[in-house]
Write a protein that binds this ligand. Sequence first.
Ligand code: ATP
Ligand code: MG
Length: 330
Amino acid sequence: MYDIAIISGDGIGKEVMESAEFLLDKLDLNFNFKYGEAGFECFNKNGTTLPEETVKIAKSCDATLFGASTSTPGQPSPIINLRKKLNAYANLRPIKSYKGVKSIKDNIDFIIVRENTEGLYSQIEYGDDSQVIAERVITRKASEKISDIAFKLAKRRNKQKKVTCVHKSNVLKKTDGVFKESFYNIAKKYPEVKTEDFYVDATAMYLITNPQNFDVIVSTNLFGDILSDESAGLVGGLGLAPSGNLGDENALFEPVHGSAPDIAGKGIANPCSMILSTAMMLDYLGEKETALKINKAVENIVAKGKVLTPDLGGKAKTIEMTEAILKEVI
Ligand code: ATP
Ligand code: MG
């Protein structure tokens, strides 16, 4: 029995979360859902985008599924806050090409592991009119922890069994020096996993020229953020982009897309990003077989091309595509 926190949020977040629940209900596993509110509608009701109660629920569960939230002017982002409160320091973005979906090359299948708590996003900036300075905080502890997650993933994925460390240590000698050193320190624990390290500028190019070469990429906060979006652009786009946020005690899974107000309420949102995020969660919980089955089912339905939502060129409703995927899983 797994306790799962369900935070649907706003817009299509709610619609695709229904698909995730539908899927989990049909699996041969037991789940206990606990519901939490967050986002724009939640703010209008409760005066906060992220109630303490929601954080409590997420902390108490084995894993959390988050849909999407519409930003509320003048209010903090609930998802950024929730990641912080759960100390989810590792952001995972799988990048995969799908047969039937336009992609820069075939056979792209890698995952970006981005450090999510420090680096240039420490938000420590100061100065005056003539000069401003941003602090780039890199700690050995966080660098080692993020590398460890990357190596564990490379083992678990069992593909190329390779981790690529991305940095700019020729210029950022101290900060990226520590990041790179930490990476190779952790590598000693995983002799069966291959290692390489590239400068971030070169990596930006290799992602276009040679994306099949990557298996697991690990990087600091800003570089990881930029490379994640570049990589999403190589493959299927927002409708097929899941993500995970891991901490030592908690894990949160969510589609990369937002609440998409333009299509909300029409029942035509592509459920795949949410379904693939749910598969990531199951893998995290140790249900690797089931996760693989779900990934395969999404691949098959997309490749067949008969039941697709409009963003993928079809006419199907969210529920129709969800049902088609479910039939392939079971
Ligand atoms: P938010 O402010 O919540 O991020 P947004 O307007 O930025 O909302 P996104 O959800 O980030 O919207 O999506 C950007 C575009 O991609 C939207 O026009 C939306 O229609 C489309 N899109 C995003 N997710 C999906 C999906 N799951 N299915 C279909 N179209 C999607
Ligand atoms: Mg958006």
